[in-house]
Design a protein around this ligand. Structure first.
Ligand code: CDP
Ligand code: CDP
Length: 209
């Protein structure tokens, strides 16, 4: 029997992960943060002192990925963000990560968050959410996260990096960031995490019937 797949896509720092993790707990489904896969590939390429746009090196890094790579503590931050987005534009990297993502959700079902879950990874997902918020609000959230981690950051710099990464993710030819035609849009600009979760759960339950 095939499990229920819930796809959560959207731009950087929209609150996808926070939301998807809570949805998974509420629906008793496994959760996968697919951004971590691209982050781990980007990290491996940076560790090799290579350019994350180098397709051959990035593909080799994607094929060599192990579960331990996903537990690294250095997968977040401006360098890691941009490296993830750069390797994510390479078709061979995306192809190398596709089977793992599909296998993760196939049997028991899952909630997955990323950019292309509803469009490419699981186009037949039972419920698809596209979570957004204004870029200013998303920058505010990411800035607060960095502060909480004790990372020195400049708010306007954080916003500029988010704009750059969204543009790179939305304009790439392969699996660009965009809502699936049947995705339910959730704008969380004026919702806190609790209210966003309640709204999302209503939408998803409505779709699951
Ligand atoms: O996964 P994504 O980058 O989209 O976002 P995240 O890692 O879940 O981070 C979102 C941050 O914004 C977290 O610190 C949340 O507490 C906060 N937040 C949220 O997730 N949802 C809201 N509606 C408001 C704030
Ligand atoms: O948490 P945040 O939204 O900042 O980023 P993330 O979800 O961890 O994703 C990091 C990068 O990986 C994104 O900027 C995308 O370029 C890429 N990504 C992707 O292309 N497809 C996915 N399904 C997930 C992430």
């Amino acid at each position: 029997m095939t499990g229920i797949v819930v796809a959560v896509d959207g731009p950087a720092a929209a609150g996808k992960g926070t939301l998807a993790r809570r949805l998974a707990a509420a629906l008793d489904l496994p959760y996968l943060d697919t951004g971590l896969l691209y982050r781990a590939v980007g990290r491996r390429v940076l560790d090799a002192d290579a350019d994350p746009r180098d397709a051959a090196i990035a593909e080799a890094a994607a094929r060599a990925l192990t579960p331990a790579d996903l537990d690294r503590t250095d997968l977040r931050g401006p360098m890691a963000d941009m490296a993830a987005s750069a390797v994510a534009a390479i078709p061979a990297v995306r192809a190398a990560l596709l089977d793992f993502q599909r296998a993760f959700g196939r049997d028991r079902g899952a909630v997955l968050d990323g950019r292309d879950i509803g469009t490419v990874v699981f186009p037949d997902a039972r419920a698809k959410l596209y979570v957004t918020a204004s870029v200013e609000e998303r920058a505010r959230r990411r800035f607060l996260e960095l502060q909480a981690r004790g990372v020195a950051a400049d708010r306007s710099q954080v916003e500029a990096e988010i704009r750059d990464r969204d543009a790179q993710d939305a304009n790439r030819p392969v699996a660009p960031l965009k809502p699936a035609p049947d995705a339910m849009l959730l704008d969380t600009t004026s919702l806190d995490a609790e209210a966003a979760f309640a709204a999302a759960l209503d939408l998803v339950r409505g779709r699951l019937g």
